[in-house]
Design a protein around this ligand. Structure first.
Ligand SMILES: [Zn+2]
Length: 302
């Protein structure tokens, strides 16, 4: 039955044949539809198929996906800022100043932190509601809508970042080529994505929290992303596997939803306590052997 369906890789165009497994929306239950996860044997990327069109895709993003309500200063200080500072520290080893564009910036938490540290930072965000919060609440420079439809001056940015964004993009190659055009010569591109080659991805497969089908359309490994970047004239300089924000959460999220129906509160509490320790140990282990649940690729335009 599988042989009747033919797909082409959404990045390199090669013909795809062998499904890895099927998956559905376990994180938000926006649809009962079952998707195939298929790997391209040419560029190495895996993808969610059939690829939803834009109208369909928008229906797969529930309102709670954009936390536009949690914008109090205390919430930012307690739950948001340290993750943004961690991300920025990785960039500061390359460059401590410059003009920065954050693609898929949400309400603009990372832009705020970058501005505080002396960068000239702005963003683009698909959701107008999220972009409006950043503009109105903190006076940030954020344009809304599709990155490919927005106009920016060529060779005008020193740094472009995509934090857990590229996996949501329908046309990643087009996005990377446009980024190449917007970066100054030798400009820095920073891409953080879930790691499809991680221990947690292999362990939980279609129950992996960061698979997040059908919002995640492409599933990258360090090898496949390096190939794709190289093909778009970026040279990968370093891959970092540490993420205080996502690696531990990916394991805990995967374990916690394997919840038996009718489970008691006490039972659930015990399971959460055990799962917390297990997730900490596994996150540390997989990160130490370069198989962390997410990875960040630092590359230069050439
Ligand atoms: Zn391919």
């Amino acid at each position: 039955m599988e042989n009747i369906l033919k797909y082409n890789c959404g990045i390199c165009g090669s013909e795809l044949r062998v499904p890895k497994f099927t998956a559905y929306d376990r994180n938000f239950n926006t649809t009962g539809r079952v998707f195939k996860i298929i790997e391209c044997h040419t560029c190495g990327v895996s993808q969610t198929l059939p690829l939803p069109d834009l109208t369909e895709l928008i229906q797969y993003y529930p309102h709670i996906y954009y936390p536009t309500g949690s914008t109090s200063e205390m919430y930012y200080k307690n739950h948001i800022e340290r993750f943004q500072v961690d991300k920025l520290k990785k960039i500061q080893t390359y460059s401590q100043t410059g003009r920065l564009l954050d693609i898929g910036c949400g309400v603009g938490h990372f832009i705020r932190t970058a501005l505080n540290q002396g960068y000239v930072a702005e963003g683009v965000e698909f959701s107008e509601a999220a972009a409006a919060v950043g503009r109105e609440q903190w006076n940030l420079k954020i344009v809304s809508g599709d990155f490919l439809s927005n106009e920016f001056k060529p060779e005008s940015f020193d740094i472009i970042t995509l934090w857990q964004v590229l996996e949501h993009v329908r046309q990643p190659r087009e996005v990377l080529l446009k980024i190449h055009n917007l970066l100054k010569p030798n400009g820095l591109l920073v891409i953080a994505v879930p790691n499809f080659a991680s221990i947690q991805a292999k362990l939980f497969r279609n129950r992996w929290y960061h698979l997040d089908v059908p919002r995640h359309l492409f599933h990258y490994s360090p090898e496949s992303l390096t190939n794709i970047l190289d093909n778009c004239n970026f040279r990968v300089d370093n891959i970092d596997y540490h993420s205080s924000e996502h690696n531990y959460a990916g394991i805990l999220g995967s374990v916690m939803r394997i919840s038996p129906p009718g489970e008691s509160f006490i039972h659930k509490l015990i399971r959460k306590t055990v799962a917390t320790s297990f997730s900490r140990v596994l996150a540390k282990l997989e990160t130490s052997i370069s198989r962390g649940g997410t990875f960040t690729a630092f590359s230069r335009k050439y």
